[in-house]
Design a protein around this ligand. Structure first.
Ligand code: AHI
Ligand code: MN
Ligand code: MN
Ligand code: MN
Length: 304
């Protein structure tokens, strides 16, 4: 079986430098060899990596409402969607290394072109479901899900040139939420979206939560996993742009991915928001190592 790895050095969805160094740090840590060692045929798309560096720089890129860098976020994600869809047309699994979580707009759109019935499991401290009208910060890494759902205010150029609403509320399940804006809470409730917060993880344990997540998803659907490393507790994954205390343990994070891998239905994985420039070198190395171990777990590495 083959996995095609995409590394997008993109930070335009949020204000902190360094998250664009995530892909290179993960590759430098030996991720591709680690995946080969699991028996996968591994391809890395270095052309896409270089192309996105250029797409990330757009002239006069401000001033569509409150959104920051809308032209860059749109241009990059248009490319991401095409790359991911092409990988899945070839029957390979797509592993996308970020870069910030605005990349989820493109990766999920790509998956949905090949697998319209795909389910989306969003592992994150945050819901990332603000719209251009509800966002306080204007940082588009807090908005990818609203664009995928086609919520009010997302049907705007240049996004609507390439992105059509492709996600239904029942398609997405969240795990790890603990920092949701009030307006996001309203959207989640109104749409009846399935949410497992850290409170649910505490109450039921990650094993039971995953039983419920996979029951909601169903046994026969392709799964797209979008994993924001800030879902993990900051003591576990410190080098990330918006850390929130009270997160998943190392094992809870890995159990989520192992349980999903066990279904055999995984078609796409995003590992995002690794920022090697944050905190100290040891913290960065620790966070990069977890990005690698989560990727290995997604591709079938088991403890026994
Ligand atoms: N890491 C973030 N999303 O996953 N930050 C943006 C969300 C803040 N409401
Ligand atoms: Mn996120
Ligand atoms: Mn997050
Ligand atoms: Mn602002």
């Amino acid at each position: 079986a083959s996995v095609e790895v995409l590394g997008y050095p993109f930070s335009g969805g949020q204000p902190r430098g360094g998250v664009d160094e995530g892909p290179e740090a993960l590759v430098k840590a030996g991720l591709l060899d680690q995946l080969s060692a699991l028996g996968w045929e591994v391809k890395f798309n270095s052309q896409a990596m270089n192309d996105v560096r250029e797409l990330a720089v757009q002239e006069h890129d401000s001033g569509i409402g409150k959104m920051h860098k809308p032209l860059a976020v749109s241009a990059v994600n248009e490319r991401v969607a095409a790359d991911v869809a092409a990988i899945q047309e070839r029957g390979a699994l797509s592993l996308t290394l970020g870069g910030d979580h605005s990349l989820g707009m493109g990766t999920v759109a790509g998956t949905k072109r090949r697998f319209p019935e795909a389910a989306l499991i969003w592992v994150d401290a945050h819901a990332d479901i603000n719209t251009p009208l509800t966002t306080d910060s204007g940082n588009l890494h807090g908005c990818p899900v609203s664009f995928l759902l086609g919520l009010e205010g997302t049907d705007v150029p240049p996004f609507n040139v390439w992105l059509q609403p492709c996600l239904r509320p029942e398609d997405i399940v969240y795990i790890g939420l603990r920092d949701i804006d009030d307006k996001e809470k309203r959207i989640l409730r109104e749409l009846g979206i399935k949410v497992f917060t850290m409170h649910d993880v505490d109450a039921h344990g990650i094993g039971r939560v995953m039983e419920r997540v996979l029951a909601h998803v169903g046994a026969a659907r392709p799964i797209h996993l979008s994993f924001d490393v800030d879902a993990l507790d900051p003591t576990v994954a410190p080098s990330t742009g918006t850390p929130v205390r009270g997160g998943l343990t190392f094992r809870e994070g890995h159990y989520i991915v192992e349980a999903i891998a066990e279904t055999g239905n995984l078609v796409a994985v995003d590992i995002v928001e690794v920022n090697p420039a944050l905190e100290d070198e040891a913290s960065a190395a620790q966070t990069v190592a977890i990005g690698c171990s989560l990727s290995r777990a997604a591709l079938g590495e088991t403890l026994f």
